[in-house]
Design a protein around this ligand. Structure first.
Ligand code: NDP
Ligand code: 2IT
Length: 445
């Protein structure tokens, strides 16, 4: 990095103790160096400095009373990063590891991902360090209500539209929406991932995992490869992982691993998805329970050892930095030909270098997992029209969006001289759209 190095240094100095945010910014700025060299106008207009600074950040106290009557205090976040091309849009993460750095890295990535969808949505992210694990439905409800009691004044269907992420699924969106409606006296598309009888879109639940497979199938076919007959390793067993498994299997692959934060299962016969759905979605249990019904499978307690299982295609769908350099090298050594990121930033920068050096077909998160937020934008469209599309209509649109993202990203990578580097292509194509909008909208003095 040369031209953009001072901007990166400034990010480090002004945002101390935010390693995940630094990591996400570095990855994008490195890709943008050739863009900065071509665009003196964008440098002059301070686009690069502006895009790494959130437009607004809200941090708030969330107090709630647990089942035992004890007072609990959590911290809530909403980072409204960039609204150049549409209202802020992005999920809410509920996990004890949540802090400002995590929310800022996710919000920053979201800007470019959302631009790649081709739909009018800006970038934002939020969440809390609340730990939903082991909590009763009533605890979850009281937390969500208290969280929304502050958040509601900062969001709106044309301002900022939150959705799900880790720890936030259909149940939480329901409680959040109920509280928003109570406070605002309005029934609007202020959240996505809503229930199907009150404004939700068919296909949103499946969209991130399905979209990941549509994107990867396109990238694989460009290299005369396919999911058909492939052995696939998936990490995670939540929303993204489950529907990635479903679509990969439909496309002819055999998925042999899934995991949660305690460990992973390896079933060489192919993971029984109905059982995983029952364990994780119905019972909210642990993935190790899989062995009770499939004693031929094995269980490993170290999540990262999942990447030692030989596979043709790896789909990390759990969390950030779950594949490091060593895991990436193991994947390559064992014959893995493709990595598609369902999770956000699941690969460390060193792991990404291993993929690129070894000509792995690499689908970076902001392109490969954009199907979820794209379908959220389709939910917003349906809400505005007060109309709903069929599952087949939504799924067809999702598929086309993922094919279009692949085409856009691949074309940008080719234009900048590295046709196989989809990360470079995704960063440049996403940035170009947002930068153009920011430039045209002028500078606020
Ligand atoms: P869920 O909460 O439904 O599932 C998360 C899964 O990942 C669970 O199996 C969870 O295990 C596991 N996990 C979470 N944290 C860790 C950790 N620190 N170490 C190991 N395993 C972990 O979330 P989603 O499926 O929605 O999200 C998964 C990833 O996909 C995230 O990176 C998210 O940002 C990204 N994503 C989600 C989209 C969506 O539409 N939902 C869209 C685009 C990206 P456990 O059950 O033990 O907690
Ligand atoms: O990371 C993501 O893109 C999401 N969690 C989905 C966000 C959304 O608004 O649907």
């Amino acid at each position: 990095m040369q031209v953009l190095k001072p901007i990166y240094d400034d990010v480090i100095n002004r945002n101390p103790n935010e390693p995940e945010f630094h990591q996400a910014v570095l990855e994008v700025l490195e890709s943008l160096e050739p863009v900065a060299k071509r665009h003196a106008d964008w440098l002059d207009a301070g686009i690069f400095q502006r895009i790494v600074e959130p437009e607004r950040q809200v941090i708030f106290r969330v107090t709630w009373i647990d089942d035992k009557g004890a007072v609990q205090v959590n911290r809530g976040f909403r980072v409204q990063f960039n609204s150049a091309i549409g209202p802020y849009k992005g999920g809410l993460r509920l996990h004890p590891s949540v802090n400002l750095s995590v929310i800022k890295f996710l919000g920053f990535e979201q800007i470019f991902k959302n631009a790649l969808t081709g739909l009018p949505i800006g970038g934002g992210k939020g969440g809390s360090d609340f730990n939903p694990r082991g909590k009763s439905d009533r605890d979850i409800m009281r937390f969500c209500q208290s969280f929304m009691t502050e958040l509601w004044r900062h969001i709106g269907p044309d301002t900022d539209v939150p959705a799900g992420d880790i720890g936030t699924g259909a149940r939480e969106i329901g409680y959040l929406y109920g509280q928003y409606k109570r406070l605002s006296n309005q029934h609007t598309g202020v959240l996505t991932g809503k229930g199907l009888t009150w404004g939700g879109s068919l296909g949103r639940t499946e969209a991130t995992g399905y979209g990941l497979c549509y994107f990867m199938e396109e990238a694989l076919q460009a290299k005369d490869q396919s999911f058909k007959g492939a052995v696939v390793a998936i990490s995670g067993s939540g929303n993204v992982a489950i529907f990635a498994h479903e679509k990969a299997t439909e496309l002819g692959a055999k998925v042999v691993t899934m995991s949660d934060s305690d460990g992973f299962v390896h079933d060489p016969q192919g993971i029984d998805l109905d059982l995983v759905k029952e364990i994780k979605l119905v019972r909210r249990g642990r993935i190790r329970d899989y062995l009770k019904r499939h004693p031929g499978a094995t269980y490993g307690e170290q999540c990262r050892d999942i990447w030692q299982v030989p596979c043709d295609i790896a789909l990390p769908c759990a969390t950030q930095n779950e594949i490091d350099e060593e895991a990436a090298r193991t994947l390559v050594k064992q014959g893995c030909i493709a990595v598609g990121e369902g999770a956000n930033m699941p690969s460390t920068p060193e792991a990404v270098k291993v993929y690129l050096d070894n000509k792995i077909i690499y689908g970076p998160a902001k392109a490969a997992n954009a199907g979820g937020v794209a379908t959220s934008a389709l939910e917003m469209t349906q809400n505005s029209q007060r109309f709903s599309w069929t599952f087949a209509e939504v799924d067809e649109k999702l598929k086309q969006i993922m094919v279009d993202i692949y085409t856009t990203v691949s074309a940008a990578a080719t234009e900048y001289g590295q046709p196989d580097n989809l990360l470079l292509g995704a960063n440049i194509a996403g940035f170009t759209k947002v930068a153009t909008a920011m430039y045209q909208q002028g500078i606020a003095y």
